[in-house]
Design a protein around this ligand. Structure first.
Ligand code: FMN
Length: 358
C-alpha cells in the first residue's frame, strides 16, 4: 500500500479502522510554526463521528497525540508524527464481510490486490476513519497558510436532488465563511439545509444512503502559484481530492457547465480595481488559468457518492463459497458522508496549497 503524498509537504498515513490506532507523518513543515492545539482539536471535532442521527453511532474522541516534530508548542522542522487511538471498535459486526463483498465498497478490489491479507474489519485501511489523521495534517497546513492570510472553507452544495444556491465566486464572503464553518451541517440556505437533513433521515429509515456535492473556496491566494502542465494547481488538488474515499468527481470553477457556454460568456473579462489590483468580472475558471493561480478565489465542487454500506438487501458474491448470494449490512455506518467530509475536503485543499507554496 502506498499512502505517501507530496514532494515539499509529504504526508504519510497509517492505521486501520479497527486496529490500535491511526495516524500521520508530516514531513516538510518549516521550523518555527507555532502550533495551536485548540485549533487542531476543534478541526478534529468537526469531523469526529457519533455527533447526531446523520452520522455513524461510533463514538471516538479523536484526541491526537503528537510524538515528534513539535517542541514547546513550536515545529522543530523534523517530521511531525501524530497518532489517534481507536477506542470504539465493534469488529463482530464485520465477520460476515470477510467473505461477502459489499457492493460499492473497496472489499472486492482490496481482496484482489492484497489476496485476502488486508484487514477487512470496518473497511481496514480503506475506512473513512483514516480521514481523521488527514484532518490533523490539514489543520497544521491551515496554520501555515493562515500566516499568508489564506483561508479555505467548504459547505454542502447539494444532497441528492436538493440543490442550494452557488457561492459568489468573485467576492467570497468571510462572514459567511465564519458562519458555515461553525455549523455541523454547513449550507448557504438554512431552509434547504433542513430539507436535506430530513431527506437523509428518510433515506436512513429506508435502510438506504445518500450522496451530494461539496463546494469549496480558497481566498487570498497570491497569483502565480502552480505550473503549466503536470504540477498545475488543478492536477495537484485533484490528485489529493480524489484520494479522499467516496469522492467521485471534481470540477473547477464552472466545471462541466463551462462546456455549454460560448467563449464570450466563459472568458473572465479583466480590469484594474481602484487599488490597482487585477480582478476579473466573472470567475468561471475558478481562479486558475494555465494551471496557475490568477489571484481570484479558487473555487471547485466535489461529488460524493452515497455511502456504500446500507442495510437494504443487495445482491453480491461469497468469495469463500464462490457463489452468488445476498447481503444485509449490519454495523454502524454514515447514512450520508457529505456533511462529514467537509473538514476533510478543506484539509486536503490546505495540504495541496501548502505543497505548492512551500
Ligand atoms: C468521512 C467518511 C466517512 C465514511 N463513512 C463510511 C461508512 O460509514 N460506511 C461506508 O460504507 N463507507 C464510508 N465511507 C466511504 C468509504 O470509505 C469508501 O466509499 C470506500 O472506501 C470505497 O472507496 P471509493 O468510494 O472511493 O471507491 C466514508 C468516507 C468518508 C470520507
Amino acid at each position: 500500500m502506498s499512502d505517501v503524498w507530496g514532494q515539499n509537504l509529504k504526508i504519510s498515513l497509517f492505521g486501520e479502522s479497527h486496529g490500535e490506532g491511526i495516524g500521520v507523518v508530516i514531513d516538510g513543515v518549516p521550523s518555527g510554526l507555532k502550533i495551536d492545539m485548540d485549533f487542531i482539536k476543534s478541526e478534529m471535532a468537526r469531523r469526529a463521528p457519533g455527533k447526531n442521527k446523520l452520522s455513524t453511532k461510533r463514538k471516538e474522541a479523536d484526541e491526537p497525540r503528537i510524538l515528534s516534530g513539535v517542541f514547546n508548542g513550536t515545529t522543530t522542522g523534523a517530521a511531525i508524527c501524530a497518532v489517534i487511538e481507536n477506542t470504539d471498535t465493534k469488529s463482530k459486526d464485520y465477520s460476515e464481510l470477510k467473505k461477502k463483498m459489499r457492493p460499492g465498497h473497496s472489499d472486492y478490489a482490496a481482496y484482489l490486490k492484497y489476496v485476502g491479507f488486508n484487514d477487512y474489519r470496518g473497511g481496514g485501511h480503506f475506512s473513512g476513519r483514516i480521514t481523521a489523521p488527514i484532518v490533523f495534517a490539514g489543520a497544521v497546513a491551515k496554520q501555515l497558510l493562515a500566516q499568508k492570510g489564506i483561508r479555505i472553507c467548504s459547505w454542502i452544495k447539494s444532497i441528492e436532488d436538493i440543490e442550494d444556491v452557488s457561492l459568489d465566486k468573485i467576492n467570497v464572503d468571510e462572514v459567511l465563511m465564519d458562519a458555515v464553518q461553525g455549523s455541523d451541517f454547513p449550507v448557504l440556505t438554512k431552509e434547504l439545509g433542513e430539507k436535506m437533513q430530513e431527506r437523509i433521515v428518510e433515506a436512513s429509515m429506508d435502510c438506504d444512503s445518500l450522496g451530494g456535492v461539496v463546494q469549496c473556496a480558497a481566498i487570498n491566494i497570491p497569483g502565480g502559484i502552480g505550473s503549466p502542465f503536470f504540477r498545475s494547481v488543478e492536477s495537484v488538488l485533484a490528485s489529493i481530492l480524489f484520494s479522499v474515499p467516496a469522492v467521485k468527481g471534481v470540477e473547477f470553477g464552472e466545471g462541466f457547465n463551462i462546456s455549454k457556454l460560448r467563449g464570450s460568456q466563459a472568458n473572465d473579462e479583466m480590469y484594474y480595481d481602484a487599488d490597482g489590483n487585477v480582478k476579473t468580472y466573472t470567475n468561471n475558471n475558478g481562479g486558475l488559468t494555465g494551471g496557475i493561480t490568477n489571484g481570484m478565489p479558487i473555487t471547485f465542487n466535489v461529488a460524493i457518492k452515497p455511502t456504500p454500506s446500507i442495510s437494504k438487501e443487495q445482491r453480491t458474491i461469497d468469495i469463500e463459497a464462490k457463489e452468488n448470494t445476498t447481503l444485509v449490512i449490519h454495523g454502524r455506518h454514515d447514512p450520508c458522508i457529505v456533511h462529514r467530509v467537509i473538514p476533510v475536503i478543506e484539509s486536503v485543499t490546505a495540504i495541496a496549497l501548502a505543497e505548492l507554496i512551500l
